[in-house]
Design a protein around this ligand. Structure first.
Ligand code: F6P
Length: 372
């Protein structure tokens, strides 16, 4: 039988263990493979740190949050080693060779897709499984982690309504999602948020104030705002876009470095956005305004049924595809099943909410303000 490795990288997400288990059980049980698990993401791969996975270590993990293997956000081509960014791809090739691996299965999000593509291009056999609470990976219908995070964020918005209506307050719930608005949009609709702000739709304070004032005029003295962590007002969006294009067009590595640090500074300035927004809304509406940052709570705890199924389906499908000799692919979720997609099509290709998406139309239809 074949011998394979598995690792989990990037932010932890509910469903990772279900996917490890699905992969491992199908690999061992159905295909007679051996499987080892690298610890702490691609760093464990570079450092040859692994444990054997067998029926015993794979049992009892289906319902557990986080990842039994641990994770990190390292980049294979510039991993910090002795404080120096180091290209670890040749080292990883040696580790794969030494352990006689037919494939390394990498469970992760956008950053992991990029790592996987780099390894694939260096001739290392890899397969990527799409995991993220952000649902921002291209060419897959879904990503495990999203559904659980959506439930948690929705529950949070439900609970925030209690304080908002009891105290006649505006409450801003900051929801994760990186550069995509899927989580904020979904939770905003499901939780009945009065305003939803997304990175895909730069907002205008006056439009938000208008929505809150319209509610006030109807006698409703509170509002709950579902705000994606990546949401920016029109001015900040323009500033950030300009700074980003300066990085892309920088003629020299030195200029690129300066443009990068300039971009980081502007991004930092806007990190306090929800608090600034609360102050501005309070000043404009006279309603006390507060912020709740949902943070890592959204990634924590036991995966919901959908993510357990998705992780199991994708994990088991990966074992079948490895058995069939596939490499250099992501195992995408398609309908209720799975299908291979070339890594070249996935890496660096974010899936943002299209502004003509049915969910956006639904939010507008039910009278939710989108800040535009
Ligand atoms: O990708 C998942 C995610 O939780 C994003 O929503 C968020 O932007 C990011 O990870 C936070 O990263 P970290 O775990 O490094 O704080």
């Amino acid at each position: 039988g074949k011998r394979i490795g598995v690792l989990t990288a990037g932010g932890d997400a509910p469903g990772l263990n279900a996917a490890i288990r699905g992969l491992g059980k199908a690999a061992i049980g159905r295909h007679g493979m051996e499987i080892i698990g690298f610890r702490g993401g691609v760093r464990g791969l570079a450092e040859d740190q692994w444990v054997n996975l067998d029926h015993t270590s794979l049992s009892g993990i289906l319902t557990a949050g986080g990842t039994i293997l641990g994770t990190s956000r390292d980049k294979v081509h510039k991993m910090m080693v002795d404080d120096q960014p180091t290209d670890m791809i040749p080292t990883i090739a040696e580790v794969v060779e030494r352990n006689k691996l037919d494939c390394v299965v990498m469970l992760g999000g956008g950053g992991t897709a990029k790592n996987a593509l780099r390894l694939h291009q260096a001739g290392i056999p890899v397969i990527h499984l799409p995991k993220t609470i952000d649902k921002d990976i291209a060419h897959t219908d879904n990503t495990f982690g999203f559904s659980t995070a959506l439930e948690i964020a929705t529950d949070a918005i439900d609970r925030l309504h209690s304080t908002a209506h009891s105290h006649h307050r505006v409450i801003i719930a900051e929801i994760m999602g990186h550069k995509a608005g899927w989580l904020a949009l979904g939770a905003g609709i499901a939780g009945g948020a009065d305003v939803i702000l997304l990175p895909e739709i730069p907002y205008d304070l006056s439009s938000i104030v208008e929505t809150i004032e319209r509610r006030k005029a109807r006698g409703t003295n509170f509002s709950v705002l579902a705000v994606a962590e990546g949401a920016r007002d029109i001015r900040a969006t323009a500033e950030l876009n300009a700074a980003e294009s300066l990085i892309k067009t920088a003629p020299t590595p030195e200029a690129k470095a300066i443009a990068r640090s300039n971009f980081a500074r502007i991004q930092d300035e806007h990190r306090e956005n929800p608090f600034r927004l609360a102050r501005e809304v309070e000043a404009a509406t006279g309603l006390e305004s507060r912020v709740t940052i949902l943070g890592y709570v959204q990634r924590g705890g036991t995966p919901c049924a959908e993510d357990r199924i998705l992780g199991s389906v994708i994990g088991a499908a990966a074992a079948d595809l490895i058995d069939a000799g596939e490499t250099g692919i992501m195992v995408a979720s398609k309908g209720e099943g799975a299908a291979p997609v070339p890594l070249e099509d996935v890496a660096g290709n974010l899936s943002l909410v299209p502004i003509d998406h049915p969910w956006i139309q639904t939010a507008r239809d039910v009278g939710t303000g989108l800040g535009d």
